[in-house]
Design a protein around this ligand. Sequence first.
Ligand code: 13P
Length: 254
Amino acid sequence: MRKKIVAGNWKMNKLQNEAKKLVNQVVALLQNSNLSDNKRVIFSPPSIYLEGVSLITNKEAFIHSCSQNIYSENSGAYTGELSAEMIKSVGCEYTLVGHSERRALFYETDIILAKKVSSALMQGVTPIFCCGELLAERNSKKHYDIIKAQIEGGLFHLTEDEFSNIIIAYEPVWAIGTGKTASSNQAQEMHAFIRGLVTAKYGNITSDNLTILYGGSCNPANAAELFSCPDVDGGLIGGASLVAEDFVKIIAAL
Ligand code: 13P
């Protein structure tokens, strides 16, 4: 059955004491919540805090930690990088791959991302694969082509078995950090399109089980409407995941 997930991507925010406080606050606020194997919460802190956050989340049945990035190799002369095997060794089970900030600021291409996805899966780490179009691409009606190319380029080398361990996050770049969220119609249309691509490639069972998150200015006021769309299975939250009460309100909208 398809999982519903709210994941918080902290990006490059919070100092160590603030990070610990935020996770502890959210976990405390979630003590009487309706989380279950089917409804999960994920924290994606800066990697320096991953071990500390994992120590807290691993005591909770339905709360997990997530790296914001990995490199595609397991070890070696790759100064500054960290591998799927390393994040796994500190208790982390998920990683973001291909966030638009990594694509734009760190020049990550589909070929690089496809290797990262495979490396994560090889180590039993679940990739949350991000895709999204620029405003100019949407305005020129190329948004479906862009998303199709990103999904095919980053994911369609996988076998059906491998693909069954993927989570996708649709994050229109024009909605990230802008306060300009996609309408629920825009989100639903794109999520249905993505699910259709997956059905065509891997069949109904795989696409039915695929979790597709929405990201981009998702907040306590708009989360319930977005999450009520049939193909929106939760959210990848940036700014609003940095405030415990806001993040918990978004989780409550699952
Ligand atoms: P905001 O929620 O701040 O728009 O960020 C979304 C995002 O990029 C999550 O990965």
